[in-house]
Design a protein around this ligand. Structure first.
Ligand code: NAG
Ligand code: NAG
Ligand code: NAG
Ligand code: NAG
Length: 502
């Protein structure tokens, strides 16, 4: 009898142990990729480029270069199975040069009549059109492309100021916050395109590129020489192996001292961070706080100077101050951004002597909140700055207002810095980590971190769902001419919990 009981006990223990192992195992495998091309491993690449002026619009096209939207999307065939091509591999491009050169007034399939002669609406429509050519069918949603985003911070306040908190304004100035060398300073850059091609001895290396300059008279045939602004993204991959390597270069010039270059995983439909038109992208599932992780390898080669706000992770979302999701009404929608700046030379605005630039409180992983007036306990060094949305009605004093012009709607920004308080989420805990000379593969618990961050809402309103329609990496060189940043991104992926069937 005793023997039998012992055996039964042992049996139960074994069963319990294995169910526990199974549970753990299934808990680990509950995650799926939210992006169309997990880890950037798909040979048949989908990549696009977009360029914005300070208002996140086009404003004016560069003559004869078309609307600043272009894409490089292709399928690849192994010619041993499809022997119609000369090489061992054949690339079939989905977007023609004619598509990429489309500019305002040119008709394309699906163009809306009101967009045909409006440069801003035209670019938004062109993005959808390029998306339709690049689209890959998938579950739960089709997806289109990685998005390279360019932006210049120049603003001509005398001639074409951007809307202020979503409202049109009259010309004003001078305003030293915004660089401008005179009429035309808000121009779009040139965008040259080397279509992806196979090169190398056995033609197993694929390579392509977008590059150009905001200085329209720059001669790029000699490469990157002289004091000119410059942007370049090269993508390269060996067929059947590893990840695409996206190699970025951004250079500012005297005329264009405030430039941005990001690689984005945007929503595949609807709005994405900072853009008030429906767009196309790579995130076939929108990651939502607190349950998602972001994984990538980042190698910063050149930092871009003291003012280079290199974002280890830049995320964009949108919700109204009463917690409702955005609906395109630029006067009540609020873009919400959060970024960690990893440049060790970054100046810190939040400190105990000037709490305006700090969020009202910090929340620890265990839920404990510490107010910014608690000088003994608030982690000031963890914050670069917080700024409040221009349409917030009950913002806690004292506060700093966000730039009211650089987004089509009001915005709120919370920028953090490497610090031990972020270690629990897998983020850098001290300056230098992940910076020049320290390439790393990161697995960031962006979901849990972004859930803990402070964002403004009207008191008493239900908390907004924090759905991040844009997850990007890159730098913003903030008003500093003659600086060069250079970096590579590989293996990018976003992991979300697998949806349970009900
Ligand atoms: C660019 O301009 C800066 C300052 O105006 C100057 O110091 C630098 O030598 C120039 N560089 C080149 C390559 O012309
Ligand atoms: C292409 O086909 C050859 C012959 O079947 C095979 O050995 C090779 O692995 C294939 N390459 C890829 C990338 O699928
Ligand atoms: C929560 O975490 C903070 C920071 O680590 C710590 O100071 C505090 O005592 C913790 N609170 C509780 C209730 O565990
Ligand atoms: C600190 O700020 C909180 C929240 O605004 C407030 O309730 C508290 O009274 C303040 N404490 C001090 C000592 O000022």
């Amino acid at each position: 009898m005793a023997k039998y009981n012992q055996n039964l006990c042992a049996f139960i223990l074994v069963v319990v142990f294995f169910s526990w192992v199974l549970l753990l195992h299934s808990a680990e495998t509950e995650y799926v990729s939210a992006v169309g091309d997990p880890g950037m491993r798909r040979d048949g690449l989908r990549v696009a480029i977009e360029s914005w002026n300070q208002c996140n619009e086009v404003g004016q096209e560069v003559p004869s270069l078309g609307s600043p939207r272009a894409a490089d999307c292709f399928d690849i065939y192994n010619t041993t199975t499809a022997p119609v091509f000369g090489n061992s591999y054949g690339l079939v491009h989905k977007v023609t040069e004619e598509d990429n050169r489309l500019g305002v007034g040119d008709v394309f399939l699906g163009v809306q009549p009101d967009a045909l002669f409006d440069v801003d609406l035209y670019a938004a429509g062109k993005e959808l059109y390029l998306g339709s050519k690049c689209q890959v069918e998938d579950t739960p949603n089709p997806w289109q492309f990685w998005m390279i985003m360019l932006k210049s911070g120049n603003m001509d306040t005398f001639n074409s100021p951007c809307p202020k908190n979503g409202y049109k304004v009259r010309s004003f100035g001078p305003d030293s916050r915004f660089p401008c060398f005179g009429k035309g300073c808000m121009n779009q850059p040139t965008i040259n395109h080397d279509y992806t091609n196979s090169e190398g001895p056995n033609s197993i290396t694929l390579k392509g590129r977008f590059y150009g300059s905001w200085d329209l008279d720059a001669d790029l045939s000699k490469g990157l020489v002289g004091n000119i602004s410059y942007h370049s993204v090269t993508w390269e991959k060996e067929i059947g192996k590893g990840s695409w390597v996206f190699h970025h270069v951004l250079r500012t010039s005297t005329k264009y001292p405030w430039l941005m270059l990001y690689l984005r995983s945007d929503a595949t439909h609807g709005l994405s961070g900072g853009y008030h038109y429906p767009g196309r992208g790579m995130s076939k599932i929108i990651p939502e706080s607190p349950n998602f992780k972001v994984r990538f390898t980042l190698n910063v080669i050149k930092g871009g100077g003291q003012k280079s706000q290199f974002y280890l992770m830049d995320m964009g979302s949108c919700w109204k101050n009463d917690g409702r999701p955005c609906d395109g009404d630029v006067t009540s929608d609020v873009t919400r951004y959060s970024e960690m700046i990893i440049n060790p030379e970054t100046k810190r605005y939040c400190n105990s002597d000037d709490i305006r630039h700090c969020p009202p409180y910090h929340t620890y992983p265990n839920g404990t909140r510490v107010y910014r007036n608690d000088t003994a306990r608030f982690p000031y060094a963890a914050y670069h700055m917080h700024c409040s949305p221009g349409n917030g009605e009950q913002i806690e004093l004292p506060y700093a207002m966000c730039d009211q012009f650089s987004n089509p709607q009001p915005q709120e920004i919370l920028q953090i810095l490497p610090h031990p308080v972020w270690g629990d989420y897998g983020y850098p805990t001290k300056f230098g980590e992940g910076w020049v000379g320290d390439p790393r593969t990161w697995e960031l618990d962006v979901g849990r971190l972004s859930q803990s961050l402070y964002f403004y809402q009207d008191p008493g309103t239900p908390p907004a769902r924090r759905q991040w329609t844009s997850i990007d990496l890159g730098t913003e060189i903030y008003k500093d001419p003659d600086q060069v940043a250079e970096w590579t991104v590989t293996d990018f992926d976003i992991h979300v919990p697998k949806q349970r069937r009900h």
